[in-house]
Design a protein around this ligand. Sequence first.
Ligand SMILES: C[S@@+](CC[C@H](N)C(=O)[O-])C[C@H]1O[C@@H](n2cnc3c(N)ncnc32)[C@H](O)[C@@H]1O
Ligand code: SF4
Ligand code: SF4
Length: 457
Amino acid sequence: MPDLLDVRFSVNSRENAYRRIQDEMFIRGLNPRAPSRYHVLDGFGAAVFEFVEEKPRAAGEVVAHARKLKGDGGAELEADVLDFLYHMVRLGLFNSPDRDLILDKLSPRPAPGGEPPAADGEAEAFDACNYMYGRAYELMLPFKVDIEVTYACNLRCRHCYAAHEPPKHLATSEVVSLLDQLAELGCLELVFTGGEMFLRPDMLDLIAHARRLNFAVTLLTNATLITPDIASGLAELMPEHVSASIYGGRPETHDAFTGVEGSLERTVTGARLCAERGLRVLNTYVLTNENCHERHLVRRLMADNGLDYKSTVLLFPRTDMDPSPMDYRLTDEQLREVMLDGSFTPIRTRCNSGRSRFRVAPDGTVHPCELMRLTLGSLRRLDFRTILETSTLLKDLRQKDFNNPPECAECEKWRNCPRCSGVAFLETGDPMRRWPEGCRIATIYASIPEPQRPRRR
Ligand SMILES: C[S@@+](CC[C@H](N)C(=O)[O-])C[C@H]1O[C@@H](n2cnc3c(N)ncnc32)[C@H](O)[C@@H]1O
Ligand code: SF4
Ligand code: SF4
């Protein structure tokens, strides 16, 4: 049995995404079976993490390094470091060939909220997810970036905002360079979307590059092109999750909406291939006035295939402001029904557009977000950092507080309004206006007596 100080540790980069943000380390757990998905290490924990990231280390080496960092640190330091290592292994952030020994031998300290304790102090219960997003917002880092890798698509969904123009997307080397820049700038979360990404023959290579740079990668795909080989390749790369949209519980309904016969079956098969390989798959059921009566069928279809799903009722204009997708919005009565049966609950989320969230269109145009298609610059002419630092439009947008628009200041329905500044922009031309669809949704929700409202999940 090895001495505890000889036990070796390495960073589990396969199952975690991480980024150094100033003196802290922000970590996203990617393994769906891991005990916790968000972690923040303080300055000391981050320094130890980086020491172990350089190459696998024995616990004794980590203790010696910790002594250097602390200027000795006294008799308790060794026990503190071992406790830290214990939690890192328990939470799946570090690997060790002697995992069982460690879990058995090291004395666990409580780690509230699933957080490893700061090696030099008390563990504090705090919401790591909220903290990360809050910090990124304050620091105005491009923390989460959506990259539309192409607008080409093999489906023709009736509501789709993406312009299916001939592909003029960024080349492999341009996307690789973008990923390198984003890692430098403190981006942790990448969303690859489209169009349909798996029309690009280099897609797995791009995801592999992103994972080598320790990004948490989400994939929005229609999943119809996911073969067993692609699903196995994805399982190796461990994206944060894969999402595919469903537009009805029967092929007649879904396929009529996507314009392609057989697409429901292919989407469900692609999603199932991923789920069977242990990936987190979260399908989105886009509720429309044509498919919302099929909720029970969608529920059964997903359950029969071992798939999780969430529903949304949010439909917005196309990026050129063409309002036709709004024709599929639920009627007031349908909205009430889906709220009553728990298929949709309006919630407020913080708007990070242009502060800590950005979107890159296939041709390299940088926008503040998915919906606010204002042009901040082009990656074909400037790098991402220069766009952030020199765009006068971005400077102006950052003067506005999208989370506190004056028109909504007195509104009693604020808490249950899914207001989005991006859609407000698409529908009214001004991101600071009230959003009429948000008002409609929040009003219908408010009309449901409290006891009849399904409990929030
Ligand atoms: C544009 S698609 C691209 C990724 C992939 N092709 C897919 O279908 O998931 C990303 C998501 O945007 C949604 N979407 C497209 N147009 C929309 C619109 N006008 N309003 C709301 N969601 C829309 C799709 O339903 C899908 O969930
Ligand atoms: S599959 Fe995605 S990109 Fe393609 S048409 Fe449908 S929503 Fe648009
Ligand atoms: S968009 Fe409408 S419902 Fe939502 S907070 Fe503003 S005024 Fe209230």
